[in-house]
Structures are given as structure tokens and as C-alpha cells.
Design a protein around this ligand. Structure first.
Ligand SMILES: Nc1nc2c(ncn2[C@@H]2O[C@H](COP(=O)(O)OP(=O)(O)OP(=O)(O)O)[C@@H](O)[C@H]2O)c(=O)[nH]1
Ligand SMILES: [Mg+2]
Ligand SMILES: [Zn+2]
Length: 308
């Protein structure tokens, strides 16, 4: 029997176990509804938005294809639930709600460990210009790419074109910071042609519930639901990895007297000297030590429990 015709594509949407896959036939994009083979469920694998998949015709006129293979993921984090993310647009408002910098720094750390490029977007700079400048300066000095957005000067497609390239980018951050507002305004040009713009704006005023990839130049962007907390322990972060989320501390730590200096209380610690001289942001340092201490203590609790 001849092998069935197969296509390789990407999952851009999933509703109730039916996935929309974009695939290419003779240089033209096609979109097909797909079911997943039962074998994935048996193996405990759930297809996710962003997954690169192989599909074959199913013979069912309603759901025309079946997903037969899911390629290994370059990254996957539960929040946002998108596979193969290459860029996280970490969106935080400078006020209303006040920025949760602990959450931001945790997400920067997780991005670094998962090889996802972080880009920080501070929104609502119209409501507090001085805080916006201060935050922008702290994170730029730490070595991150930072964009600032307001209704008067929103982020444009060109600001993100090269950053995203042919990758997948997701807006991620707390609820109410303006992720949907930004995502919709970036997609607005395309939507206006199809007359969907008013529907999109309406949805932007409501809490986002579902995730869908939208074509953006050669890549994709997606909006995601807001979230308020992230556990570094659940993300499998080790206390020895915390510095990966603090490149500005890593850069000066090479001068410390002890190779395994934790930069909390050791003698000859260049990091603490730099802090005392006012050349390191106090908040960033405090969050570094808080993450380190929490993960270090949890590790000890875990060992203790295991011994009993
Ligand atoms: N003043 C001001 N308001 C903004 C800005 N960006 C968004 N908003 C408003 O903030 C509110 C929340 O915006 P959304 O885009 O729905 O926020 P979200 O991050 O998508 O929220 P969730 O979907 O719940 O995660 C809306 O009323 C927006 O109009 C901004 O730059 N300045
Ligand atoms: Mg939203
Ligand atoms: Zn040190």
C-alpha cells in the first residue's frame, strides 16, 4: 500500500482537542483542522500551540487531517502554554497595576534557562513618566532590551520585526497591563482589511482566555492570559542557576575572593562592594538574594524530608 500523503506544519490554534495547523503546499499556505492520534494521549503528550507537527489526511470531511508526529520542542513552559517560543515579550505596566518586579525577574531567569529571548515592555508610561524612565534605566543597565509604550507612542510593528524574525513571540505578564491592547494594535493593519478590527478591540477590553498564533512578518505573535505568580521551584530552577537571570551581577562576580561566593555575606565579595558604592540596583540585588535563599533553603528541606 502506498504511504499516505503527509505535510509538515505548525499548530496555530487549538479548541476542544481540534487543532488548526498551517502547512505549505507548493509555496502556498493552507490551514487544516486536525485531530491528534490517540497514541499521544497514551504517552501523556498534549499537542500545544507552536508545536511543529506532521499531518496526514484523515478521510473525515469535518476534521480533514490527523496529527501523526510532534517534533521535539525547543522550549515549553506552562505559562504561557506555547511550544517553541523564541521570544517572550515580558509586559508590565509602570502603574495600574504596579509592576511586580519579583515576577519580572523570575521570568527573566526562566527565559535565560530555556533559551528564550526576553524583551521587556513597560506599558502605561503615560500614567507615570518618571517611574517608566527609572525602570527602563534599571533593566537597560542590567543588559536587557527594553521598550516603553503608551497610547501616545505605542510600540510599532517595526520595533518588533527584527526581534521576532521567523520565530514565535508571546506577550506574557500580569492581568490588566495591556498585552491584548498591544497585540491587537500590532495586528490591526491586517485586521482592518478583513473588517474584524472592532471585534478585536472589544475583546481587548476583556480578560484574555485563549491563545492563538497570529502571523507577523515571517514569524508569529500571540496574546496570552495574564498570571500573577510563578514558582521557580516548579520550573525546576536550581539555586546555582539564579545568576543566569542577573547578567549585571554575573559580570562583576568574577572579582569575588571565593569562586563559589553566593554574594550574600562572604568576605571579599565584589558584588556587595559594588552595591555599597551605589553602582548596582538595590532591588535587583535583593531579588537575587531572595531567589537564591529560597531555592537554597528548599533544597535543604527536600534533603531533610528524604532522610526521614
Ligand atoms: N493609560 C493606559 N492604559 C492602557 C495602556 N495599555 C492598555 N491600557 C488599558 O489597560 C486596560 C487593560 O488592558 P488589556 O490589554 O486588556 O490588558 P491585558 O494585559 O490583556 O489583561 P489580561 O487579558 O487580563 O491579561 C484596558 O482598559 C486598556 O485600555 C497604556 O499604555 N496606557
Ligand atoms: Mg488580555
Ligand atoms: Zn560575591
Amino acid at each position: 500500500m502506498a504511504e499516505p500523503e503527509s505535510f509538515r506544519g505548525i499548530i496555530i490554534k487549538g479548541v476542544g482537542g481540534i487543532y488548526t495547523v498551517r502547512f505549505e503546499v507548493n509555496g502556498i499556505y493552507k490551514y487544516g483542522l486536525c485531530a491528534a492520534r490517540g497514541q499521544f494521549r497514551l504517552k501523556g503528550i498534549k499537542p500545544a500551540i507552536g508545536d511543529k507537527v506532521t499531518i496526514i489526511p484523515s478521510g473525515d470531511p469535518d476534521v480533514e487531517y490527523v496529527i501523526t508526529d510532534i517534533a521535539d520542542r525547543s522550549s515549553f513552559i506552562a505559562r504561557p502554554p506555547v511550544a517553541n517560543l523564541s521570544v517572550m515579550l515580558l509586559t508590565f505596566s509602570v502603574t495600574e497595576p504596579a509592576p511586580d518586579l519579583t515576577l519580572l525577574d523570575k521570568m527573566l531567569l526562566v527565559c535565560s534557562l530555556r533559551d528564550i529571548k526576553p524583551v521587556i515592555i513597560f506599558t502605561k508610561s503615560d500614567l507615570n513618566g518618571s517611574d517608566s524612565e527609572r525602570l527602563c534605566s534599571v533593566y537597560t543597565k542590567a543588559g536587557y532590551e527594553v521598550l516603553v509604550s503608551s497610547p501616545q507612542k505605542p510600540i510599532t510593528k517595526n520595533d518588533l520585526k527584527d526581534i521576532i524574525g521567523d520565530g514565535i513571540a508571546a506577550f506574557a505578564g500580569p492581568s490588566g497591563v495591556g498585552k491584548s491592547t498591544l497585540c491587537n494594535s500590532l495586528l490591526g493593519f491586517d485586521l482592518m482589511e478583513t473588517g474584524e478590527v472592532s471585534a478585536k478591540i472589544k475583546r481587548g477590553r476583556h480578560t484574555t482566555r485563549h491563545v492563538e498564533l497570529h502571523e507577523f512578518f515571517d514569524g508569529f505573535i500571540c496574546d496570552t492570559p495574564g498570571f500573577t505568580s510563578l514558582s521557580l521551584e516548579d520550573q525546576g530552577v536550581d539555586y546555582r542557576d539564579v545568576l543566569y537571570g542577573f547578567p549585571e551581577i554575573t559580570a562583576i562576580a568574577t572579582g569575588c575572593r571565593f569562586d563559589d561566593c553566593s554574594h550574600r555575606k562572604e568576605d571579599g565579595c565584589v558584588v556587595r562592594n559594588t552595591l555599597a558604592e551605589g553602582l548596582l540596583d538595590q532591588g535587583r540585588y535583593e531579588r537575587y538574594t531572595a531567589f537564591y535563599t529560597e531555592l537554597y533553603d528548599n533544597r535543604n528541606n527536600y534533603r531533610h524530608r528524604r532522610k526521614q
